[in-house]
Design a binder for this molecule. Structure first.
Ligand code: GLP
Length: 247
């Protein structure tokens, strides 16, 4: 694991954007996969803003890139602004040269959600993700793999923990019911990506980050599975890094 502690979130976003830019321009050390895994959440917003800015200045192009979402809420209406697909379109893909056809996501409206999970898992595996962007939940979840998730898990329907529902409540208007379920790529799906980029900002992530990086590899901290992956970069701001012993 390569761990970088950044002075502030803006520098973190720039470093993350540098890595994504190298990947999409094919100048990284990878196999040449053009499949980019996208995460949602507040932490990724600065990264997407930076990538859009670079695209508008002609510094990066996503031509030929296919993008894949990690997860999606179940129970929101199509077009609800809080659907992760809507979020990522709004903040990133519609502002760069990634067409709607090149963005894949699980379909929570499918009549048979089990078949939908199988379809999406197959699609992600066939694409073979070259770089997967990740955030982390305050309880150590990655995507929506909550504590207790098997490291063998693949794309499936999951229940969201009370902690996750509480953490994500601020995205929803006060009168809207917060989803309690989601479709998520599994931990095995995520670990199959060639390279992982984990971003974390803020003191609320400090415990989860310390356990992820320095704690035992355990299903109680799903992100600790990243210790098993050969190519991981973790970008942290100081607050998120504050509980690391190596600081
Ligand atoms: C959601 C997503 C995760 C993401 C997490 C962090 O729970 N399913 O993939 O890592 O949010 O979100 P934030 O960056 O808003 O803290």
């Amino acid at each position: 694991m390569r761990i970088v502690v950044c002075e502030d979130p803006a520098i973190l976003a720039q470093q993350a954007a540098d890595l994504v830019t190298r990947f999409v321009s094919g100048s990284g050390s990878g196999s040449g996969s053009r499949a980019l895994g996208l995460a949602t959440g507040k932490t990724t917003e600065d990264l997407y803003r930076e990538l859009v800015s670079r695209y508008q200045r002609g510094k990066v192009s996503f031509r030929g890139v296919t993008a894949f979402l990690l997860d999606e809420y179940i129970g929101l209406k199509t077009g609800d602004p809080n659907n992760f697909r809507s979020v990522v379109c709004h903040s990133f893909t519609t502002h760069v040269d990634i067409g709607s056809d090149s963005l894949s996501s699980p379909n929570p409206q499918a009549s048979d959600l089990c078949s939908e999970c199988v379809r999406y898992e197959r699609k992600v595996r066939t694409a073979s993700i070259g770089l997967q962007i990740l955030g982390i939940g305050s309880n150590g979840h990655v995507a929506f793999n909550e504590p207790g998730s098997s490291f063998d898990s693949v794309t499936r329907v999951v229940d969201l923990s009370d902690q996750t529902q509480a953490d994500n409540a601020h995205f929803f208007p006060p009168n809207q019911i917060i989803p309690t379920q989601a479709i998520t790529q599994g931990i095995a799906t995520i670990l199959a990506a060639e390279e992982l980029l984990l971003l974390a900002c803020g003191a609320a992530k400090a415990d989860a980050i310390a356990q992820t990086i320095e704690g035992p590899v355990t299903a109680n901290v799903p992100a600790s599975a990243l210790q098993l992956h050969p190519k991981v970069t973790v970008l942290l701001n100081k607050e998120a890094a504050k509980n690391l012993n190596r600081n």
